[in-house]
Design a protein around this ligand. Sequence first.
Ligand SMILES: O=C(O)[C@@H](O)[C@@H](O)[C@H](O)[C@H](O)CO
Ligand SMILES: [Mg+2]
Length: 409
Amino acid sequence: MKITDAKVIICSPGRNFVTLKIYTDEGLTGIGDATLNGRELAVASYLTDHVIPCLIGRDPHQIEDIWQYLYRGAYWRRGPVTMSAIAGVDTALWDIKAKAANMPLYQLLGGRSRSGIMVYGHANGRDIEEATDEALRYSEMGFKAIRAQAGVPGLKKVYGVSSGAQMASGAKFYEPADSSLPSEHDWSTERYLDHAPRLFEKLRETLGWDHHLLHDVHHRLTPIEAARLGKSLEPCRLFWMEDPTPAENQEAFRLIRQHTVTPIAVGEVFNSIWDCKDLIQNQYIDYIRATVVHAGGITHLRRIADLAAIYQVRTGSHGATDLSPVCMGAALHFDTWVPNFGIQEYMHHTDETDAVFPHDYSFRDGFLYAGEKPGHGVDIDEKLAEKYPYRRAYLPVNRLAHDGTLTNW
Ligand SMILES: O=C(O)[C@@H](O)[C@@H](O)[C@H](O)[C@H](O)CO
Ligand SMILES: [Mg+2]
């Protein structure tokens, strides 16, 4: 089989997505997600201008050789743009290979390891009461695991709190990339550290102990502040505290680990095994959040998961709405196979997004189920995609409320 063509499809059904489609001389096609929130066109150009010319004429079955060619052959290795582009190619090639084998992708990876994929949903509110009501609603929707985020008194706009309407799926629409220039949020660590434990005390008081509760700190604390938060949350028994501190310095997590047993999840911004090697080998984390779309595709994510398995670190892949249904579809096949699975994030896409990306995965009683169609089970309706042209959008920036210092969003 030979790759005869490939193209990048950029669309914006509620938010921007970058999709790579690969064509072969046997009529099989495959698609991969290559969306990088706020930097979409960089990845589109990397694919169109630098990668696609190298793919034409190659055997799509040679996934590993193509991966090595695109990784080592670029000379300039790693980084979110490069690895999202490689991920788009890799996912499309696995899609083609599974279609050629006439089997769902998880079978090709090694078969089913579990009956279904436990997922967590996003409950959030402007204050503790609203977030608690949302968490109750997610419990009624069948979620066994619920991430909770709430506004912080005195702060205008913080991460994770939706001001969107409720969608048909029951979830509230939330899209952080909300403007043609970065919107500015405000932050106070002191207010947040006083407030977060109260949110989870209220949630345990209201929901009881049968649900997993998760929280995303979103890179905002110093290591010792993260240690303090972890300790304060211990009585509420969280499933994980996510991104407690920026992870460029993996060694920083040793300090957090010395002070708290609250489980830690990191890695949605990681794009290679090198970003997580020390965190995993030192068991500074409990879950690795790397994803198909941002960590070089299925080929590389398997390597990260296998390293993690040696140290009893489990997967907890990112699954926000800026990862397209193509990524979710591929992730569910990966999650169905991977032996050290932990949990999968699941934010409902909009109905218009689901229409552009028809898929055969389904949600039932707190679990997602990959479909049985050959491939990863997701397609793109190119005609419909044309109705939603790209529009520039940025993730917000964040400033300290008391003096405007630029900090982590
Ligand atoms: O854990 C999460 O879902 C968040 O960290 C993401 O929603 C993140 O803010 C977005 O993916 C950024 O594009
Ligand atoms: Mg996160």
